[in-house]
Design a protein around this ligand. Structure first.
Ligand code: CA
Length: 228
């Protein structure tokens, strides 16, 4: 899941980015309204977290522009304390929710999860399944043959990507950008290491193997014939 944060206060922005990444989301942070609008229009974010008071273009204008251009991704507003009219205005303009500063990260995360769940309702399955492997997007749980498997946030993100695009060979560069938010650097073996750990949990104790390495190309997850 991709989240765009538009927040001009460096401390707050870094804090949100860090926390949401640790929670397993792919996060982009920009610090003014003009960049915010541009990134939101260009990208395919599942959620935009938008501060109201921003240099260049305020949060209202960003939201108004997004909606005027037909972009319907959910928007969570961050407003200052006691600005009740802000909330009303935000909701009228088509914001999905708002949080009053200061808020706890746990509160933000709960809102984010609720919005993302709502955003998906009826449009997309909340469970991904390949053979006997199941990934529950809402409860963020994975099981195979009914046995619960504990994954780290990164491993979960990696498996989610592989399952969403089952049968497709995913190059390392794509995995790096989607799961780690980084440009692929061939010197790093972070993907190989994570993939080995993921396989040790998801494939090694079971039959058949679902994750395959395609030499020189990348990785693919699929059920072999007969196991589908
Ligand atoms: Ca601000």
């Amino acid at each position: 899941m991709k989240i765009l944060i538009v927040e001009d206060e460096p401390k707050a922005g870094d804090y949100l980015r860090q926390g949401l990444r640790e929670a397993g989301y792919s996060v982009e942070l920009v610090t003014n309204g003009v960049d915010g609008l541009h990134h939101a229009l260009e990208g395919d974010h599942d959620l935009v977290i938008l501060d109201v008071m921003l240099p260049g273009m305020d949060g209202w204008q960003v939201l108004r522009n997004l909606r005027a251009q037909g972009r319907q991704m959910p928007v969570l507003f961050l407003t200052a304390r006691d600005q009740v009219e802000d909330r009303v205005k935000g909701l009228e303009l088509g914001a999905d929710d708002y949080l009053v500063k200061p808020f706890s990260f746990a509160e933000l995360l709960a809102r984010v999860r609720t919005i993302l769940r709502r955003g998906r309702s009826g449009m997309e399955a909340t469970t991904l399944q390949v053979a006997d492997l199941e990934l529950d997007l809402l409860r963020r749980r994975v099981s195979r043959s009914g046995k619960r498997i504990d994954l780290t946030a990164k491993e979960f993100g990696l498996l989610e990507l592989l399952m969403r695009r089952q049968g497709e060979v995913l190059p390392r560069s794509l995995i790096a950008s989607q799961v780690w938010d980084m440009n692929f650097d061939s010197d790093t073996n972070v993907i190989e290491v994570a993939m080995r750990r993921l396989r040790a949990k998801v494939d090694d104790p079971f039959e058949p193997r679902l994750i395959q390495t395609v030499r020189g190309m990348g990785y693919v997850l699929e059920a072999p014939e007969g196991a589908r």
